[in-house]
Design a protein around this ligand. Structure first.
Ligand code: PEP
Ligand code: MG
Length: 575
């Protein structure tokens, strides 16, 4: 009898194959006292386990295949860094000595302390790093138990192997490098877990957070993984299997076709040229942007440089990162957003300041205004990097014109300093602003008079205009890009920019949703920026779109106030 399980679909596509259960040896943590004369030997046992784990992680790091996603090496380095940190490599020693307990128990106590600290963190990305700490300690436990990890590489028979695991760490991923698996599913993992990030970059069908897949699925059982819908069908009956084989073929055909349009110009059927740029978070993402023919970087979320370490990145570190992106993009425009921290991204140095409502507090440009030294260091690094490519600046979370004026004053001041020091920079560097606060959307004309371009941040514009927290599952059904109020905001912003002859782009998730491409074209949008993996899907939509046909339908959509009617019109538009 078929059973269907539901989780988080993170890697697109559909896979049909046989399950291979990856062992999750739940290690029982024993607690026993160690007599005074045995302490030295217990400490040695702990040190050996740390050394062996480190050796093993370094060995895996050294065997990452050249064609593996860049994230894999970065995540493994993070695991090595966590292992080397005194909280894992030294604190348990202290516990062994003071509590006279065995090494396993000391590591467990230390893990509990660390996890409690992670639970306090509100920022989702950082909170998810608790999984990395668990994965590293699991390896220490195994080393203490004398396990050889290398022996655990899975044996997949045939070419239709689907990995079923409780969790997959980056180190596991390297172990599986010689195994040609088609998909993977796990019991745990959030949307921003490293497992999810790797799944997306590998572009493999995958479903996470299935809770008890490992208990339900048996070795070699036939399963279907639907990474698009986030479901897994175990032991499908013939009718379901046939249906999924059809859908899988359809998906594969679509994917193959997408590659055909990679080098094709992004032009609609009626000959309107459209700009398709990439959203990136780290300099390494440029490769994927170029592979998918991005016309530039439309949004570099620079704050990711500020989330990695405990301290602020120095001017030099920032300069290197910005220059790397500018050079990697080979003269194509690169829009770098100034620090957008404070809301859902709270760095460790800012954690003590608890805001009553962070989304309405010191966030984006407001935080930069409150921390001028931090902001000026970034502006200086950006200006210096502007000598190496076509860098443009973008201010996040604008709500008052004074924020633009202040930014310009800082910029001019730093430019004067650089001239005096004889340091090269782009004298005509453009300054743009993100329109993501409803008041800025209404008064967009005033902002445009002081800016060179604008970019619509629909993720926040929707959140603030509908009063729906974008991170709260309880209200996610109300987070609707098709809400008539949102559509009117978009129309107003785009038309005003057009009237004033200033470029307007969109870099929120709406821009990368192919089901909304034609709607946005009809609203007058001509510049889109999105995750690199979405570029070809959106391009495909516009290549077959005719603005002459799209416009009247979108006008009808703007007049519709009934949501069902809006959805019916959208369907018609996408046919
Ligand atoms: C947005 O708000 O649409 C946006 C692109 O910014 P972020 O998602 O980083 O808040
Ligand atoms: Mg935003």
């Amino acid at each position: 009898m078929s059973i269907s399980l539901h989780g988080l679909g993170v890697g697109g596509g559909i896979a049909i194959g046989h399950a291979h259960l990856v062992s999750h040896a739940d290690i029982e943590i024993l607690h026993y006292p160690v007599p005074a004369e045995g302490l030295a030997a217990e400490l040695q046992r702990f040190d050996d386990a740390i050394r062996n784990t480190r050796k093993e992680l370094e060995m895996l790091w050294g065997s990452i295949p050249d064609n593996a996603p860049a994230e894999l090496g970065a995540f493994l380095s993070l695991h090595i860094m966590l292992l080397n940190d005194h909280t894992l490599s030294k604190e348990p020693r202290h516990i062994i000595e003071t509590q006279r307990c065995n090494a396993e128990w000391a590591v467990k106590l230390q893990l509990d302390v660390l996890l409690a600290q992670f639970d306090e963190i509100e920022e989702e990305y950082l909170r998810e790093r608790r999984t990395d700490v668990i994965q590293v300690t699991e390896r220490i436990f195994k080393a203490l138990a004398g396990h050889e990890h290398g022996a655990h590489a899975p044996v997949c028979d045939g070419d239709d192997c689907i990995l079923v695991a409780h969790d997959l760490s980056p180190a596991d991923m390297v172990l599986f490098k010689d195994t040609s698996y088609k998909a993977f599913i796990t019991d745990v993992g959030g949307l921003t877990s490293h497992t999810a990030i790797l799944a997306r970059s590998l572009d493999l069908p995958s479903v996470l957070a299935l809770r008890n897949a490992r208990e339900i699925i048996r070795e070699q059982e036939l399963i279907i993984v639907d990474g698009i819908k986030g479901c897994v069908i175990v032991d499908p009956d013939p009718a379901i299997l046939a249906e999924y084989q059809f859908r899988q073929n359809e998906w594969l055909l679509k994917q193959a076709k997408l590659q055909d349009i990679r080098t094709q110009a992004a032009v609609t059927l009626d000959g309107t040229a459209i700009e398709l740029s990439a959203n990136i978070e780290l300099p390494d993402d440029c490769d994927l942007a170029l592979e998918n023919s991005a016309s530039g970087v439309g949004l570099f979320r620079s704050e990711f440089l500020f989330l990695k370490e405990n301290d602020l990145p120095t001017e030099e570190e920032q300069f290197e990162a910005y220059r790397e992106v500018a050079q990697a993009m080979q003269g194509k425009p690169v829009v770098i957003r100034t620090i957008d921290l404070g809301k859902d991204k709270i760095p460790s140095w800012q954690i003590e300041r608890e805001a009553p409502n962070p989304a309405l507090g010191l966030t984006g440009i407001r935080l930069c205004m409150a921390e001028p030294q931090m902001f000026r260091t970034q502006l200086r690094a950006l200006l210096r990097a502007s000598a190496f490519g076509k860098i443009k600046l973008l201010i996040p979370m604008l709500s008052a014109l004074s924020e633009v004026k202040q930014t310009r004053l800082h910029l001019e001041d730093i430019k004067a300093q650089l001239r005096e020091e004889g340091i090269a920079f782009d004298e005509h560097i453009e300054l743009g602003g993100m329109i993501e606060v409803p008041a800025a959307a209404m008064a967009v004309g005033a902002f445009l008079n002081h800016l060179d371009f604008i970019s619509i941040g629909t993720n926040d514009l929707i959140q603030y205009s509908l009063a729906v927290d974008r991170n709260d599952d309880a209200v996610s059904h109300l987070y609707d890009p098709l809400n008539p109020g949102v559509l009117h905001f978009l129309k107003h912003i785009i038309s005003t920019a057009d009237k004033l002859g200033k470029p307007v782009s969109m870099c929120g998730e709406m821009a990368g949703d192919p089901s909304l491409t034609r709607l946005l074209l009809g609203l007058g949008l001509r510049r889109f920026s999105m995750l690199p993996i979405q570029l070809l899907k959106v391009k495909q939509q516009l290549l077959t779109g005719d603005i002459g046909r799209i416009k009247p339908l979108v006008s009808k959509m703007l007049k519709a106030d009934d949501e069902d009617q809006l959805r019916a019109l959208l369907q018609q538009l996408n046919q």
